[in-house]
Design a protein around this ligand. Structure first.
Ligand code: M6R
Length: 606
């Protein structure tokens, strides 16, 4: 969850460390720090809070070093203070870490027994102390690092500098990603391609258990057994360029508005516009599949749930969707003939990756729907189904969600055709419907001013309920998740049919109830739920389409009317209103929309 950068440069590196950390802030923003080797001595600068706090520290006390490491933190062990900020130092060793060391308490006790003391509450400081312990036993730096790694259990990506060593940085990875960047007379370590993107596009991905030493000219990489290995150096896409907000106030606002284009690009990759047929890359035989297992977390899980509704209904192909953190530990019963699909914007989410690997170990075919084309998931699956919405920076996922739905909708149509559930003419009709989605999404983003008007009222609420039936149920979950994470208002999404089984007890005049009810086969039942809620004083925000607006019972506090659409793409069209609602409520509350408290964009620890 933290971001790491290391540079062995030919000129001072402080500014470039900061530039890279800004790109990595999506991984965490509780504190930040840098360290450089100057004349053989290691100097550190650290600050609690975001990178700009570290910039202020550096402005007062510059760091002039040509070899340096940097870190942006999402706190796990120890609060978000300067004392707990990375880099951590012990003796000659200073390092930054992404991951969690599970046996750190035990190691800490062992090291205390050796007379060592600790300044922070972190697990990371223990790694520094352990490497220093090995160094002081007389081992050279790389051997000391390897000896320390062999004692760690848990996950780590590390960048390490050593007092007295002006010319190199060491790194290691297990469970958390680390890349080596090959520059022109300079070398880099980074959490991902984005981190080293401003400096080079030539990258090698370290594999599990690898450790490395970089100097200005080369990387010496060793595998988990200590054997020298070569890892392929790839040229990565320029999409690593720093994304700008343009005229928008926040990345989230921009990304909501990016959706028509992101969906259009994504759909274009999964259909053939000359024939209006689906064209799914990867050669999966949907007719032969007995079952699909989707594993994911957060918003990606909710997209997967929508996929289940669509694939089962259209293709009569059973789909199980499960939260990856549960799936990976409960020993699920898996059978042959199944395909696992990992859904993940980042392609790095630790639980999703572990669930994917679990399925692969059981012999399942694997696919990943990811935004980060160079991510670990993308590299480990049989088939990659990328989304093409561009980098998503806002912590609250928006355009990745709708692009994921575009992929799943295409898969549903392709599977339906392959399994003989629809004929070619119906496939072509559905593809044309899908191709029309970006225009309707753009229209539904135009609800912006209606949403803004209701946001001020919702911002006063303590709790908000979201209700929906059929595909609107996952969307109710997504609406509640978006509101919770960026406005800090407690919200719950329910299947509207569950209302009478408990949640209706929450209904009172203070609790806004957002009902998602386009005029589809569920409409009458949703309208009845609306009446039941209003009869108990509930303040209903009714999100519907033109026909639903005409047929809805009178008395809603607010009606928002999205464009009418074929049921195939209604979830895409209804997404923008709930995203905008969360956005404007968060603005009302003055919350930090793009970097909400306690969260990080990419959750690479379990
Ligand atoms: O990168 P992933 O799609 O695997 O991330 C999964 C969740 O962490 C993510 O969707 C999270 O729930 C978002 N903050 C929701 O807006």
């Amino acid at each position: 969850m933290c971001g790491i950068i290391g540079i062995v440069g030919t000129k001072p590196v402080a500014e470039r460390l900061i530039e890279s950390l800004k790109r990595l802030e999506y991984r965490g923003y509780d504190s930040a720090g840098v360290a450089g080797v100057v004349g053989g001595h290691v100097q550190r600068r650290r600050a609690a809070g975001k990178i700009k706090a570290l910039e202020a520290v550096l402005a007062d006390d510059p760091l002039v070093a040509k070899v340096g490491i940097g870190h942006t933190r999402w706190a796990t062990h120890g609060g978000p203070s300067t004392r707990n900020a990375h880099p951590h130092t012990a003796g000659r060793v200073t390092l930054v870490h992404n991951g969690i060391i599970e046996n750190y308490a035990e190691l800490r006790e062992m090291l205390k027994g050796e007379g060592r003391s600790f300044d922070s509450e972190t697990d990371t400081e223990v790694i520094a102390a352990l490497v220093d312990f090995e160094l002081s036993g007389g081992k050279p730096p790389l051997e000391a690092l390897k000896a320390a790694l062999d004692k760690l259990s848990g996950a780590y990506a590390l960048a390490v500098v050593i007092e007295g060593e002006d010319e190199f940085i060491m790194g290691a990875r297990k469970g958390s990603p680390l890349v080596v960047g090959y520059g022109d007379g300079e070398m880099f370590l980074g959490s991902d391609a984005l981190a080293v993107g401003p400096f080079t596009n030539r990258i090698a991905y370290l594999e599990e258990g690898d450790y490395v030493a970089i100097d200005r000219h080369q990387a010496r990489i060793f595998d988990v057994h200590g054997q020298p290995v070569l890892r392929e150096v790839r040229q990565v896409a320029a999409s690593a360029a720093l994304v700008e907000k343009g005229n928008y106030r926040h990345f989230m606002e921009k990304e909501i508005h990016d959706q028509p284009e992101g969906c259009q690009r994504t759909i274009a990759a999964y259909v053939d516009t000359l024939t209006d047929r689906t064209a799914i890359p990867g050669g999966i035989d949907f007719a032969a599949l007995e079952r699909i297992q989707i594993v994911a977390c957060g918003t990606s899980y909710i997209a997967g749930l929508l996929g289940k509704y669509m694939i089962e209904q259209l293709a009569d192909l059973p789909v199980d969707v499960e939260i990856a953190s549960e799936f990976r530990y409960r020993q699920p019963a898996l059978r042959g003939g199944s395909l696992v699909i990992a859904m993940s914007q980042s392609g790095e989410t630790a639980d999703t990756l572990a669930a994917l690997r679990y399925c692969q170990a059981k012999g399942m075919q694997s696919a990943a729907v990811v935004n980060a084309a160079e991510s670990t998931m993308a590299r480990e699956v049989d088939v990659v189904w990328p989304i093409h919405c561009g980098p998503e920076i806002g912590v609250a996922s928006t355009k990745a969600f709708t692009a994921q739905i575009c992929v799943l909708t295409s898969l549903a149509v392709a599977a339906a055709r392959a399994r003989g559930r629809i004929d070619e003419a119906e496939e072509q009709r559905l593809v044309r419907v899908l191709l029309g989605a970006p225009r309707l999404i753009a229209e539904s983003i135009n609800l912006d001013s209606a949403v803004r008007a209701v946001a001020a009222e919702i911002a006063k609420a303590q709790d908000v309920l979201y209700l929906g039936r059929g595909p609107m149920y996952p969307l109710a979950l997504e609406g509640a998740l978006k509101l919770k994470e960026i406005s800090y208002i407690h919200a719950e999404g329910y299947a509207a049919g569950e209302l009478k089984h408990g949640p209706i007890a929450l209904v009172d005049e203070q609790t806004p109830i957002v009902i998602l009810a386009p005029f589809d086969s569920y409409f009458e039942k949703s309208a009845s739920n609306m009446s039941e809620v209003m009869a108990r004083g509930g303040q209903v925000v009714f999100i519907t389409d033109p026909q639903g607006e005409r047929q809805a019972p009178a008395g809603a506090r607010v009606v928002m009317t999205a464009p009418g659409s074929d049921p195939l793409i209604t979830p895409l069209v209804m997404s923008a209103p709930i995203q905008l609602l969360a956005y404007y409520v968060a603005l009302q509350k003055g919350a930090d929309v793009d970097q909400p408290r306690n969260l990080a964009k990419s959750v690479t620890v379990e």
